[in-house]
Design a protein around this ligand. Structure first.
Ligand SMILES: Cc1cc2nc3c(=O)[nH]c(=O)nc-3n(C[C@H](O)[C@H](O)[C@H](O)COP(=O)(O)OP(=O)(O)OC[C@H]3O[C@@H](n4cnc5c(N)ncnc54)[C@H](O)[C@@H]3O)c2cc1C
Length: 326
């Protein structure tokens, strides 16, 4: 097959597809190789609300998050399928910590007034963020990639060197797969379970992450509501637990009593690609067989959608030297 492409991206989740699209926009001929179809990735399960869940502050992370916010806001304004701007309330218990580190990425974050908060909450923030329905957005990304001449290859690789058969430059966007492909034991699953219910007419996302009984959020979408959740580090089981689902329903209904009796539409579990040291986005200087340039873009944990476009830009800049224009 030789160097039919300038770059190959390993992974067809949110990180891989956004990176592939950006590489094309930089003039590269791009292939994506993936073990699973997009609809079977962690990305397809994501509640996919812009929010840097359990992500530590670093200037580059804030930069990626800000660029991603701006890109989704543009896409929402342009009617890209599945992308909407949604009002959100983050409710806080205990001492309110001022504004969050990511506040500067948003145009409208404000502290809730005392008349907007009731016990057991002590405060909170209101803001507007992009919400992405991945069942519509991943197909749109894939279509955008194909329409620009991209090739999707369904293949599981056992080593990153193998991707060198398609192109001299490789972007590793394999999410949890990087644990095996890079021997990176810092990469671990963080299991997340969701319950999907019919929407009784809610519009605003609500978060109660300090709940001692469990991580709690309610994210309305166009035809349903995502209720969450769990954040189970090191847990690989993708079978929904009925007990966990009942606990999620109870917590969310306590938060928003309007949800009582909403018909259950489904249960989902996904494994977030957590990395202890944070996202790995860098060029790898070590030789990898016939691969001339290897760029890693994995380990986005619970914030892959939130960081996707910013990371795609950064990864593309790292590959750019290996990309032929036009
Ligand atoms: C319940 C839940 C809720 C979430 N909510 C949000 C949210 O609201 N906001 C947010 O920003 N994020 C959220 N996330 C996190 C988000 O889903 C992830 O950060 C993101 O999907 C990671 O994308 P990715 O492309 O790196 O990985 P994935 O989507 O897992 O894609 C990895 C790709 O690599 C491929 N691959 C792996 N190994 C190989 C191999 N050996 N050979 C070939 N291909 C391989 C896979 O087939 C797949 O195509 C949530 C996650 C879960 C589970």
């Amino acid at each position: 097959m030789g160097d039919r492409f300038d770059a190959v991206v390993v992974g067809a989740g949110a990180i891989g597809l956004t990176t592939a699209v950006r590489l094309q926009q930089a003039g590269a001929r791009v292939a994506v190789v993936t073990a699973e179809p997009s609809a079977a990735t962690t990305s397809s399960v994501a509640a996919a609300v812009w929010y840097p869940t359990r992500t530590r502050f670093e200037p580059r992370v804030l930069d990626w998050a800000t660029h991603t916010y701006d890109e989704f806001a543009r896409q929402a304004a342009n009617g890209v399928p599945g992308v909407v701007m949604r009002p959100t309330r983050m409710l806080l218990r205990g001492e309110a910590p001022g504004v969050p580190w990511w506040a500067s990425a948003l145009p409208d974050l404000r502290t809730l007034r005392s008349d907007e908060v009731r016990a057991p909450f002590s405060g909170g923030w209101a803001f507007t963020v992009p919400t992405v329905e991945m069942s519509r957005y991943l197909p749109w990304l894939q279509q955008t990639f194909s329409a620009a001449g991209g090739t999707l290859i369904h293949r599981r690789i056992d080593a990153l060197e193998q991707a060198g058969v398609w192109a001299p430059a490789v972007v590793n966007a394999s999410g949890l797969g990087a644990r095996a492909l890079c021997g990176d034991t810092e990469v671990r699953p963080v299991r997340g379970q969701l319950v999907l219910v019919a929407n009784p007419g809610l519009h605003t996302s609500v978060r109660d992450e300090d709940n001692v009984d469990g991580y709690t959020y309610v994210h309305p979408r166009s035809t349903d509501i995502v209720l969450g959740g769990t954040f189970e580090i090191g847990e690989w089981d993708t079978t929904p637990s009925p007990a966990t689902a009942s606990a999620i329903l109870r917590r969310c209904t306590e938060l928003l009593p309007e949800l009582a009796g909403a018909p259950i539409l489904g249960h989902q579990v996904g494994l977030r690609p957590h990395r202890d040291g944070g996202v790995r986005l860098e060029a790898d200087p070590r030789p990898h067989g016939r691969v001339r340039q290897l760029v890693h873009n994995y380990g986005h944990g619970g914030a892959g959608v939130t960081l996707a476009w910013g990371c795609a830009d950064a990864a593309t800049a790292l590959v750019a030297g290996a990309v032929r224009p036009g």
